[in-house]
Design a protein around this ligand. Structure first.
Ligand code: NDP
Length: 291
């Protein structure tokens, strides 16, 4: 297929390369054009200097920070798109905004799928992402070969917005568990427990999670905090997660508390810090570090 890709960030850069490796003709566009040029040189994709150059594609992917940038890109590209083009949004976006984007694109006969991903930059690089898809079943089937180049667990969840809602719930769980684990580990450290040993046993017990199995031992305990996923982006996901529960009328004190905590963390520690640095909020309160 001829594919257009908008957004070569931490996730989009490796994902677009995997589409090319699967045999598709991939045109890449990025706000900072040097990244598109570097991508084309490294992987044999085609660098577009202007957004409109993507217009001949059968499928257009977006992987941008929020639904706002997707709305903007859709508005710019829409007059140039032919009916039947498939727009696949891998941004961790907002369900309500996605429904608006889908309706706007539908006026020109362009189909929309929300397809946010999980698995981090390592999963994007390896093509092993989980992909959570919202949209019509026929569009999902058309996009399946493209998804297969990007991920392993590919699930159609319902109409437009269902993928973004599921992703927001997933990331709110990740965010809440990371801070809860940080609180617990700080208490254990103050009690004189070796945290490597504590995690060793927790990870063979019922309290284990991605945070205890990967994030805390590999990125926090050694104080490396490598930048793979910005704290500001996780705070945005948790805001969406909290809105999803609110819109559904589900009382959700834990989701709302998590939203407050991550807003505070992003403000205090910085939007561009890695998401694992959120633990520094709890560390400051405890006057102790997780080591
Ligand atoms: P990055 O910040 O690394 O990249 C953002 C991309 O969007 C860059 O290509 C950037 O261009 C472009 N961009 C930013 N602002 C604008 C704008 N105003 N107009 C046009 N383009 C813009 O983000 P990630 O790749 O980490 O994240 C992308 C999406 O994927 C987010 O929704 C995030 O929540 C989600 N996600 C991230 C994961 C991760 O581990 N990083 C995991 C799963 C999902 P430029 O190069 O010019 O800055």
């Amino acid at each position: 297929m001829r594919v257009g890709w908008i957004g070569l960030g931490a996730m989009g850069y490796p994902m677009a390369k995997n589409l090319k490796a699967a045999g598709h003709e991939v045109w890449v566009y990025n706000r900072t054009p040097a990244k598109a040029k570097a991508h084309a040189e490294a992987y044999g994709t085609r660098a577009a200097e202007r957004l409109e150059e993507l217009a001949g594609a059968e499928a257009i992917f977006t992987c941008l920070p929020t639904s706002n940038e997707v709305w903007e890109a859709a508005g710019k590209l829409l007059p140039h798109l032919k009916p039947g083009t498939l727009w696949i949004d891998c941004t961790s976006g907002e369900p309500e905004q996605s429904r608006k984007i889908a309706a706007r694109l539908a006026e020109a006969g362009v189909r929309f799928l929300d397809a946010p991903v999980s698995g981090g930059t390592a999963g994007a690089e390896a093509g092993t992402l989980s992909i959570m898809v919202g949209g019509e079943a026929a569009d999902f089937e058309r996009a399946r070969p493209l998804f297969e180049a990007l991920g392993r667990k590919i699930v159609h969840l319902g109409p437009v917005g269902a993928g973004h809602a599921t992703k927001a719930v997933n990331n709110t769980l990740l965010a809440a568990v990371l801070l809860a684990a940080a609180e617990g580990l700080l208490a254990l450290r103050k009690a004189g427990v070796d945290l490597n040993k504590a995690l060793e046993v927790i990870n063979q017990s019922s309290g284990r999670s991605f945070a205890t199995e990967v994030l805390l031992p590999e990125r926090v305990l050694d104080r490396s905090f490598p930048l793979t996923f910005k704290l500001g982006l996780l705070a945005k996901d948790v805001r969406i997660g909290s809105k999803v529960t609110e819109d559904a009328g589900v009382p959700s004190p834990l989701f709302h508390l998590t939203r407050e905590l991550y807003q505070a963390a992003a403000k205090t520690i910085g939007e561009d810090a890695d998401h694992t640095e959120a633990v520094k909020l709890v560390e400051a309160w405890a006057g102790e570090e997780i080591r």
